[in-house]
Design a binder for this molecule. Structure first.
Ligand SMILES: Nc1ncnc2c1ncn2[C@@H]1O[C@H](COP(=O)(O)OP(=O)(O)O)[C@@H](O)[C@H]1O
Ligand SMILES: [Mg+2]
Length: 357
């Protein structure tokens, strides 16, 4: 998959810009706050249908403007396509593919596929489970429409169920309606947990390969996913713990509590792995995400590296650059000197983008 160009209109600090990309390594460089992350955010939005930085879509609209748009021209194995997303201050949002309006996000997500790697991902092993769940959701959503739709329904039902649990303090009779929501939540949880479990197993396989290649085979990672269950056992878990949930006023069990535990040589990586090992693991997970997408779709996604390469030491940096040969990579950085002369260079200043010869 190749991102040919990205076009921005009143998006973040970018008044209007059209950036062309080459098939190989693209470097967007410029000082802090010039618009590099915004440019990458716009591209990743077209893959994921939502931002990795915020849930407030009005944040995309350039200060003082009424509306904002991002569009992308990309090629997959059969042909060239255009995606666009637009937002207005009044809260309107419109997504199109090849000029046709797409109403369901599950049909928009994953047409264009990308793997995003940011400095935040370097702590994916050490930080709390939310980052690991986001890793799974962002990766699987781009590959599986059923997953996207199920996850959307899950979160809607979860909100309803939580509201009932909260309001039941004042009105205990509300608990009579809880069972319907528990059923629905359990059904969606079963779909999601099965797909997550399959993904974790695939990911573990690739991470083992990549990590042992990176560390010359001395260390063996292992992934354990917390949560695969069928609908009945999710449902039973919810039923058995209603009193506790009423006390907390929230749903305490389900896929929104999932986690992946990562081990290296049978020791939990979160507490025992060195910072270097944790970084290598996070890098391996991101490279594995690309390998899985290729295995399931037949082509590599576009790799987006936002400000992260300068965080890696020379060994890991070289490993990544070697590994990404023959793939499209879009890298942002404040440094102008660390990349091969033949890369395609784009200089950013205050939301404008200029190709550097
Ligand atoms: N909606 C917006 N309108 C105008 N400027 C914005 C908006 N959202 C963010 N910015 C600003 O855009 C600038 C560029 O941010 P960013 O893309 O993160 O820069 P970089 O990655 O190059 O450091 C920042 O100064 C930020 O405050
Ligand atoms: Mg940035």
């Amino acid at each position: 998959m190749i991102c040919r160009s990205a076009n921005y209109y009143q998006f973040r600090n970018i008044p209007s810009a059209d950036i062309a990309f080459c098939d190989g390594i693209n470097i967007i460089f410029g000082d802090n706050a010039m618009g590099k992350t915004s440019a990458v955010e716009g591209i990743y939005l077209c893959a994921l249908g939502r931002s990795h930085r915020t849930v407030r879509e009005k944040d995309f609209i350039r200060f003082g403007e009424e509306a904002s748009r991002v569009s992308l021209v990309y090629e997959d194995c059969d042909r060239r396509h255009t995606l666009s997303m637009a937002w207005s201050q009044k809260g309107r949002k419109q997504c199109t593919k090849n000029g046709v309006v797409i109403r369901k996000m599950s049909e928009f997500i994953g047409n264009f596929r990308a793997v995003l790697f940011t400095p935040e991902h370097l702590s994916i092993i050490k930080d709390g489970p939310a980052l690991r769940r986001a890793f799974l959701d962002n990766a699987i959503s781009q590959l599986d429409r059923v997953y996207v739709a199920s996850l959307q329904r899950y979160h809607t039902v979860l909100q309803q169920r939580n509201r009932i649990l909260q309001d039941s303090f004042k009105d205990p009779s509300l608990l009579d309606t809880l069972d319907i929501w528990s059923r629905q939540l359990a059904d969606e949880a079963a779909v999601i947990s099965q797909k997550r479990a399959e993904y974790v197993a695939l990911c573990e396989g690739f991470v083992k390969e990549i990590f042992s290649d990176m560390t010359l085979g001395k260390e063996m990672p292992r992934f354990v996913y917390s949560g695969e269950r069928d609908a009945e056992s999710f449902y039973r878990m919810l039923c058995d713990n209603i009193q506790r949930e009423v006390r907390y006023g929230a749903t305490l069990y389900g896929i929104h509590k999932d986690d992946i535990t990562v081990y290296v040589n049978d020791k939990e990586a979160r507490s025992y792995a060195s910072q270097g090992q944790q970084r290598s693991l996070s890098l391996a997970m991101k490279l594995a995400e690309g390998e899985i997408a290729r295995k399931l779709t037949g082509e590599y996604p576009v790799f987006l590296f936002d400000d992260v390469l300068s965080e890696l030491d020379d060994h890991r940096k070289q490993y990544v650059m070697k590994g990404l040969d023959n793939r499209q990579v879009i890298i942002t950085t404040c440094e102008n000197d660390i990349f091969p002369q033949n890369s395609y260079r784009i200089h950013t200043i205050d939301g404008s983008f200029t190709r550097v010869p």
